[in-house]
Design a binder for this molecule. Structure first.
Ligand code: NDP
Length: 244
């Protein structure tokens, strides 16, 4: 890391209260970014902002609530001078067989993972365009590999990949669009699965396989600190132990 080499750049991270988002906030702060931490659990992002210092701010925001994102963008503009990087990281992975009819959870995944990222991007886009920014979309191996039991989650991540590629072409050369597709990463993500059998199987897989949120955060930080002429469009990163 090159401390302070990106002093003055501002990164907005959705889902910064835990896991990959929290780790990314730490990595980007170490690289000299000022960060705006967005999530619903305001106590967690406030504690992180206090710890990071250096202009870090915590903003309570739900990516399914456009008004809260508009208010967040206003604060980023007023307090930090606008966003240079937006990391669309907020997400849920409520895996279950499609036939288990968990309709509310399927809908929540689409609303948070896909529509939430689209809304945050639409709201922050003028700030990103102003001076040449980066859009980092956290997709998944599940955005390239569909399998029985992850239909709705895979739909959100395949959707994110298609949307991101179209957006990359539309926004270049002003804004770089960078898609990151992690495999199993040890975070709170699996804790929220409600389908018992699925949860047990995924926990076993994660216990045996996962890499850390810091591993992914370092890759995000690397991607956004390349010269603007270089665009790492798509980064698929599995634990070496992960087969599919
Ligand atoms: P975590 O559960 O640790 O983090 C998820 C984050 O999303 C939390 O900060 C949570 O904050 C936030 N979030 C959830 N719903 C909303 C909402 N409606 N509005 C705003 N924020 C929300 O999991 P990860 O760090 O693993 O997940 C981060 C991203 O990485 C997700 O998009 C996930 O799909 C992706 N990913 C993760 C992998 C893994 O194996 N862990 C693999 C591939 C991709 P809060 O609840 O405070 O709002």
């Amino acid at each position: 890391m090159h401390a302070n080499s990106h002093s003055g750049r501002v990164a907005v991270i959705t889902g910064a209260s835990s896991g990959i988002g929290e780790a990314t906030a730490r990595a980007l702060t170490a690289d000299g970014f000022r960060v705006a931490l967005l999530a619903r659990r305001v106590d967690r992002i406030q504690a992180l902002a206090d710890e990071l210092g250096d202009g870090a701010i915590a903003i309570e925001a739900d990516v399914t609530d456009r008004d809260s994102l508009v208010a967040a963008a206003q604060r980023v503009q007023d307090e930090l001078g606008g966003a240079d990087v937006l990391v669309n990281n907020a997400g849920v992975m409520l895996l279950a067989p499609f036939t288990s009819e968990q309709r509310a959870e399927q809908r929540q995944m689409v609303e948070v993972n896909l529509l939430g990222a689209m809304t945050a991007t639409e709201v922050f886009l003028d700030q990103l365009r102003d001076g040449g920014g980066d859009l980092v979309n956290i997709s998944s191996v599940a955005g390239r590999t569909a399998r029985a039991g992850n239909a709705a989650y895979a739909a959100t991540k395949w959707g994110m990949n298609g949307w991101s590629e179209a957006l990359r072409q539309e926004l270049q050369p002003d804004v770089r669009v960078i898609v990151v597709e992690p495999g199993a990463v040890a975070t709170e993500l699996v804790n929220h699965i409600t389908h018992g059998e699925t949860k047990e199987a995924i926990e076993q897989f994660y216990d045996a396989t996962s890499i850390t949120a810091d591993d992914i955060a370092e890759i995000i930080a690397f991607a956004v600190t390349r010269p603007h002429s270089v665009s790492l469009n798509e980064i698929l990163v599995r634990p070496t132990r992960q087969q599919g």
